[in-house]
Each structure stands twice: as C-alpha cells, then as structure tokens.
Write a protein that binds this ligand. Structure first.
Ligand SMILES: C[S@@+](CC[C@H](N)C(=O)[O-])C[C@H]1O[C@@H](n2cnc3c(N)ncnc32)[C@H](O)[C@@H]1O
Length: 209
C-alpha cells in the first residue's frame, strides 16, 4: 500500500481505505476462485494496482468520463482506476463469468458505485465511451477491430478519446500501422524495476455519431 501512497500523494481518506481493503478482498476471493496467480497476489500493489494506475499517470480523466475496461479479468485496470476516479463511470467487461464473479464481490466489498460489470465478449457491447482501457487481452489490430465504433463524440473538441492500453516490450511491429499512437514509458513514472519495459499505448480513435 505504501507504493500507492508514494506515487499518488493526494488520495482522500476514502480512496486510501478502498486501496487498503483491496488486498484482503482479493486474498479471500482468490482462495475460492483463482483469478490472480499466487505470485501476483503477493505483489498485488505492484503488479496489479500500481500497474493499472499507470494509465492515470499519462491521462487524467475529466469528471463524468465514461470508460470501458475490455477483458478486465480480475478487475484490472478497471478497479484501481475506478477508485482513483470516483467521478467517472467504469464498465468492466469479460467473456469469462467466474472472473466477473470475483470482480462483482470486490466492487460490492468496496462499495464502488461507479462500476458496472457485464459478462460478454466486447464485440457484443453496443455503447460508446470516452476511453477504452485494457491490459493483456489482444494484439492491437485485433483489439482495434473489436472496439472501433465504441468511442463517443468528444466533449470540448478533446481529440484524446480512444484506447489506453497497458503493454510491454518492443511494440514497433505491432503498432506500425497506427500513425497517431503515443507510447508512454512507465519507467518514467515509477522507479520500480518491474516497470522497466512497461508502457501505456494511447491510440486516439474516430468517434461514432
Ligand atoms: C490475460 S487476461 C487479462 C485480465 C486483466 N485485464 C489483467 O490484466 O489482469 C485476458 C482476459 O480477457 C478476456 N477476453 C479475451 N477476449 C475477450 C473479448 N473478446 N471480450 C471480452 N473479454 C475478453 C479473457 O476472458 C480474460 O479474462
């Protein structure tokens, strides 16, 4: 938990208590349904919570923003971001029901009122969002194919609306067809060696409507 406080110094009491509660909620639920590996549970704050919050280091969501987390699995990056941005609404989608069972229990346990979950493949979701976040779900061309048409018309001519994807390693081949992409190195934001090769890819997308 100290890790989160090291990099996010303006948290409210409510946010701190929610981040603190996360560990025991995941530990309890992971005993019943294994959604996070043993190693990752031991390093929950580094590998899951802080990594998810890397998105917030490169993009501040304005109040009222609508955000879709595709393939949320055990709730990452959606749940940590929902704690950090209580004035935004988060839709967490996954095609595996048992993973969402854990997410629902964590959301209830934290009293997160800005999160809804849907058991579905993302292709079947018919709605629009300001941002689409994700980690470890598909290569970019597949991902873009799944989510195009799901970006809302920007408020205030904000041309940033689009995908924010947590990725690692060399992305030059995977991203070569996307000219408007910006890649942010999380090693510039966090000192921990875990972030050495970790990046956030920002790909603005054309909006629908
Ligand atoms: C490797 S896990 C990553 C989970 C989480 N994002 C994380 O980083 O911890 C990939 C997840 O994507 C989900 N998934 C894969 N394709 C999907 C699709 N088309 N629509 C919704 N979920 C999908 C899988 O069910 C799985 O839970």
């Amino acid at each position: 938990m100290e890790l989160i406080l090291k990099y996010f110094t303006n948290l409210t009491e409510d946010q701190i208590s929610k981040f603190e509660k996360l560990e025991s909620l995941y530990q309890d639920w992971n005993l019943k349904i294994n959604v996070v590996s043993r190693k990752d549970i031991d390093e929950l704050y580094l590998r899951h919570v802080l990594h998810s919050l890397g998105i917030a280091k490169v993009m501040g969501f304005s109040d009222g923003s609508k955000i879709l987390d595709v393939g949320t699995g055990g709730g990452f990056p959606g749940i940590p971001l929902a704690i950090l941005f209580p004035q935004c609404s988060f839709h967490l989608v996954d095609s595996i029901a048992k993973k969402l069972k854990v997410v629902d229990e964590v959301v209830d346990g934290l009293g997160l009122t800005n999160v809804k979950t849907t058991h579905s493949r993302v292709e079947a979701i018919d709605d629009t969002y300001d941002f689409i976040v994700s980690r470890a779900v598909a290569i970019m061309p597949t991902f873009v194919h799944w989510v195009k048409g799901k970006i809302a018309k920007p408020q205030n001519n904000d041309l940033k609306n689009g995908i924010l994807y947590l990725k690692g390693g060399d992305l030059s081949e995977e991203l070569k067809d996307y000219k408007t992409t910006t890649i942010y190195n999380l090693s510039d934001c966090f000192d921990e060696p875990f972030f050495e090769t970790k990046k956030v890819v920002h790909l603005p997308l054309k909006y629908r409507g």
